[in-house]
Write a protein that binds this ligand. Sequence first.
Ligand SMILES: [Zn+2]
Length: 468
Amino acid sequence: MTAAVYRGHLVHIAGAPVAGDVDASLVSEPDGVLVVDATGRVAFSGAWRDLPAEWAEAPVTETGGVLLPGFVDTHLHFPQTFTTDAFGGGELLEWLEHCVFPAESRLADAAFADAIARAFVARRVAVGTTAAMVFGSAFPVAQEALFSRTLQAGLRVVSGRGIQTVGPASATALLTSEADALALTRDEIDAWHGQDAAGPAADATRALAQVAVVPRFSLSVTPTTLRGLGELYGEARERGVYFHSHLNENNRPGDGEIAAVREVYGTRTYLDTYDGHFMPESAYGGESLLGRRSILAHAVHCEDTELARLAETGSSIAHCPTSQLFLGSGTMPWRRTLAHGVTVALGTDVGAGDEWLIPRVLSDAYKVHMTEPGDDAIALHPAELLFLGTLAGARALDQEHVFGNLDAGKEADFVVVRPQDQPGFADVLAHSGEPGTSAHLFTLLLGMREQAVAQVYVRGRRVVARTA
Ligand SMILES: [Zn+2]
């Protein structure tokens, strides 16, 4: 690979700004350029007129579009690729039992698992999601298909098999013994964490393929499982292994998710079950699963003590507004959550979320927070939205130093968005203010559909989904 020069409207959040205060870090250069060096890193990004002389003779790709950082999805479910818009559930626990557990059980079949892995990768490429925290399948054969198909395409993936040791009858195929839950998780870490990192300078913590420890949620495991996973994670976290699960999603009184967790474990808070305090009255039971590489999805109904603990441990939240609308889970309080200093990134939560394209979920984020009651309502700035869907995701994945924006030195993960490829979109954008303004960026983000995602690059290499 030699140096490559891409000319277009360059848009990203530069530097490493604090969430809630990113407007000043917005770079929007209508006649911009991105130079990718032979190692796949950003060598220069900025105005075309400032292109350094050393690349003046390099061939230029005129993209005719917008150059954005690759989108980062911090929560989506691989085995639910074909389960978006599934009717017959209602709220979370019913939807899991009636729609999700039966659908996920099909991945025990190797041929089906490979087909759904190919479809999953193709969907990610189509929507420009270059990095993702992927909630995995219970079945090792399906996880092998996921990792190998993702690496074949050239996308980033963090994933782990969904761990369940207890559940309703419809989840029977997904359950394992306590011992197998630990053994299969260990095997997956050894097989896939940093699998593509090679050579003497191999660094698993920035490899394309990395592994997470992923209990589905506290109701899918037992204190015994959590104790075992705590021990396992205590050893694995040094290698950069992640922890991922769900937290405080459904608060229906009496028999909803949070009420059930409190009843089953007898803890003071839901978060205590992931924080080593999973015995009655939140007594200590084992090692914590929280830390800089821990991402909890939803966190819609957190108590202040839980938000403070997430921030203290460097754990992050995958905010999934589209899914929360679908399952009637409520809205994560934006101002209160950010006020605690916890990192908030974005998740599609496919399949409860029925949008794959991160900007579609940003659109829902804008709408749900605009609709919060009273003084809690907020109109998120378009720079804040772009941050949420790109750099905040890299931060949540503890890889902000690797990707997330188009600063020189980062690995070149980017998408080319061509509004003219989406019917009607170029006309709307042409009437939404000058390129480079906040108004234009707002329309770009909220109006974008996947037809406009023209090209996707990871480490400077074009990503292409293979269908066979
Ligand atoms: Zn989820």
